[in-house]
Design a protein around this ligand. Structure first.
Ligand code: C2E
Ligand code: MG
Ligand code: MG
Length: 703
């Protein structure tokens, strides 16, 4: 017995009864019939309830003719309709079939079997049509992505169809997943369930043109996969969704790639630490937290490894890389999980230190970090030692942006660096003022170079035995338009902090070279007049230094050994590993190297012996205290003896008195320089000086 729900729309009571009577006689079927006598009521019923078939009289009080069929079909397009007509209206019946009816019957001819057959055919035809439509839709979806799984959910009866591919994406075979909607929803990762529901409901409520959601599902074996589901609802005239069908795509690979790219964009490849981007992110988070709750203090630490470049240059990049990686690990082990250690580039690291009580906490951590860094690092066969200069900035209400904190931590770091290795400095506002001043100076320096505000003064260097000029030291001066004459001690340190150190350095060298060429031409002496130029470490250790200098000397036609570079003992000591190379380059081109301010830096004697500089310049602090209570005569004498033993010349600086001259002469100091002989002079004054000296030389020869 098959059950069948019928809606009968018929206004004439007797006709309705007759139809019901016939229905009872259809064998094999049990019909339950709802009856309406108006089209309006019939349509209402058909929408509210599901009927297997509608028997529809075309001659009703509230509507008649083909329009009856049209209205009913429009309301319930998927319910099969059999039209009942009066005698001889074949034409109307055919028209009705064109309007969506499955069949038509002439009332007079109706009997049980005819009615039964018509209903059966109508239902079957309706189902075939429905299946066809569904499969057409599925097909079109399938075409849109062969790799996609297809789903189709009928909301009226809650039946679902999942394609084989849909199930395969979740790791199951066709028979392992039933056609129940729970099979889907219950596999959605709880983390994404809300998102999914929202997207789906949005579309079902007609608030979005289609349903689309990327979410995680729990596939076979609890494996988490990423999928993209899309779908489109089919609605009735009232806009109510009847079905929703769509696709599901496996996007796990794409998501993994995205995650990797995101990770790479936020991390440093060498150390695996967060990079600058992520560092700024974390810093901004800390800043926001602090603004909400001013009790949540944090600090930013900036640091820079001391001497890293030299380790890199002398031991190679592989060792440098390994050192950075090991240091990253060491630093990390000193921090708490909530802190962020990042590599900001090169040998620069940054830390966001969260939840501290105040500066003392930060300093405590910094000391721990410095201790950790001080331990030796073993790389291959090398034992490497490093240290770091650390700048600290503590959060405050005054900071509006993360940039400002970073800037201050950076300023503090520079301050730390300038006060020696392995130190730290906590930012205070005076540093900011200092930095501003420095910035202005830098602009000024650039302008000075462009507008020719620099000048060179030349201080004679005297041979002690003959008291004659043997050469000059070139000393930089800055004729500032508003501040007047500025001495090098007040700006050379600054120049060395900037990129201007190279162009200004070369400007001095070139200028001094040309000047020397002129004087050598005007005053040909034997040996020829010499020129000493002070160079900073940064310039001295540039790769093309020797080559460029050789070309310049060639151009000016200057004998190589009459040109000297002075670098301070401190620079030599900080770069012991590089000095040997630079020295051999200079030897190759024949230029001399003089060690300036000797005695202040405590060079090791073994290095002195190895390097064999051309000359040591005794720092003037020793010369000036020779005759006072702190008698440094012994030191001066020791340096002079050391020089003569190791085959180096010695020049005493800062000679101011006759007494100093006598003592130095007694100690057999070969050369000297100082106000006693001459102040540094403008080149015009030097001409006069040389003229006088040349006369004395000539006079000397005449005797
Ligand atoms: P320095 O190389 O030791 O130069 C000697 C300094 O001592 C000069 O000061 C000179 O004027 C001063 N001096 C000479 N004789 C006497 C004396 O009898 N008594 C006293 N009290 N001082 C004397 P200046 O010119 O101010 O230069 C200071 C330093 O600036 C130089 O020390 C040098 O290290 C640096 N410097 C000068 N010119 C340059 C340059 O072109 N490049 C670089 N990198 N540094 C430079
Ligand atoms: Mg000097
Ligand atoms: Mg000196």
């Amino acid at each position: 017995m098959k059950n069948c729900k019928v809606l009968l729309v018929e206004d004439i009571e007797s006709e309705a009864k007759l139809v019901m009577k016939h229905l009872k006689r259809v064998s094999g079927w049990r019909f339950s019939v709802d009856h309406c006598d108006r089209l309006g009521a019939g349509v209402q019923r058909a929408i509210e309830q599901h009927y297997d078939v509608i028997l529809l009289d075309l001659n009703l009080p509230d509507c008649a003719g083909i329009e009856v069929c049209q209205r009913m079909h429009k309301a319930v397009p998927h319910t099969p309709v059999v039209v009942l007509t009066n005698q001889n209206s074949d034409e109307l019946g055919t028209k009705a079939m064109r309007e969506g009816a499955q069949d038509y019957l002439i009332k007079r001819e109706v009997d049980g079997p005819t009615l039964g057959r018509a209903i059966r055919y109508a239902i079957e035809r309706g189902q075939t049509e429905e299946a066809l439509r569904e499969s057409e839709q599925r097909y079109s979806l399938a075409v849109s992505g062969a790799n996609d799984g297809i789903w189709d959910w009928s909301l009226t009866d809650n039946r679902v169809h999942f394609s084989a591919r849909w199930k395969a994406i979740l790791g199951y075979s066709e028979r392992e997943i039933a056609d129940r909607i729970e099979e889907w929803f219950e596999r959605i990762d709880t983390r994404d369930r809300e998102l999914f529901d929202e997207a789906l409901n949005h579309h079902l409520e007609d608030d979005s043109s289609h349903f689309e959601c990327e979410y995680r599902v729990i596939a076979r074996g609890d494996e988490v996969r990423w999928v993209l589901s899309r779908g489109l609802a089919v609605r009735d005239d009232g806009g109510q969704p009847l079905r929703i069908a769509g696709s599901m795509t496996d996007i796990t690979r794409r998501k993994q790639t995205e995650a990797r790219l995101l990770h790479d964009a936020m991390h440093d490849a060498l150390t695996g630490l967060p990079n600058r981007n992520l560092f700024i992110d974390r810093l901004e988070l800390a800043l926001r937290r602090f603004r909400r709750d001013s009790g949540r203090l944090f600090a930013v630490l900036f640091f820079d490894l001391d001497r890293f470049k030299h380790i890199n240059d002398s031991l190679g990049h592989a060792v440098g890389d390994e050192l950075l990686a090991q240091i990253a690990g060491r630093l990390n082990s000193c921090l708490r999980p909530g802190d962020t250690l990042a590599r900001l580039g090169g040998d620069e690291f940054g830390i966001v230190l969260n939840d501290i009580d105040g500066p003392t906490d930060a300093i405590y951590v910094v000391e721990r970090l410095q201790e950790a860094l001080a331990e030796e690092v073993e790389i291959e066969t090398h034992s490497v030692y490093t240290s770091a200069s650390i700048g600290i900035a503590i959060c405050s209400e005054l900071y509006r942006t993360s940039d400002e904190i970073v800037r201050d931590a950076d300023i503090a770091m520079y301050r730390a660096k300038n006060s020696g290795h392995a130190t730290y400095a906590v930012f205070d506002t005076s540093m900011h003022d200092q930095a501003m001043l420095q910035h202005r100076m830098e602009t000024d320096l650039r302008r000075a170079l462009e507008r020719g505000e620099f000048d060179i003064f030349y201080q004679p260097i005297i041979a002690m035995d003959s008291e004659r000029i043997q050469g000059f030291e070139a000393l930089l001066r800055w004729q500032h338009p508003s501040r007047g004459l500025i001495m090098p001690d007040d700006f050379i340190g600054l120049v060395e902090e900037t990129t201007l150190v190279i162009p200004i350095g070369w400007w001095v060298i070139e200028r001094a070279c040309h000047q020397l060429a002129t004087w050598q031409r005007l005053f040909p002496l034997d040996p020829p007049l010499a020129m000493s130029v002070n160079v900073s470490g940064k310039l001295f250790f540039t790769d093309d230094m020797a080559k460029r200098l050789a070309a310049l000397l060639e151009d000016c036609n200057i004998p190589r050994n009459s040109f000297r570079l002075e670098i301070t003992e401190r620079v030599v000591m900080d770069h012991e590993d590089l000095v040997l190379n630079a020295l051999s380059d200079l030897r190759d081109i024949g230029v001399e190297l003089h060690i300036d301010d000797f005695g202040t830096g405590y060079s090791s004697l073994s290095y002195l012996q190895r390097f064999k500089y051309d000359s040591l310049k005794i720092d003037r602090s020793f010369v000036s205290t020779m005759s006072e209570k702190v008698d440094s005569s012994a030191i001066v004498e020791a340096i002079i003896k050391l020089g003569s033993t190791l085959g180096m010349k010695v020049i005493a600086e800062g000679v101011e008195t006759q007494e100093q001259v006598s003592r130095l002469r007694a100690m057999k100091c070969p050369e000297a320089q100082g106000f006693w002989f001459s102040q540094p002079l403008h080149h015009d004054a030097v001409n006069d000086f040389l003229q006088a000296d040349a006369v004395s030389v000539l006079q000397g020869k005449a005797h």
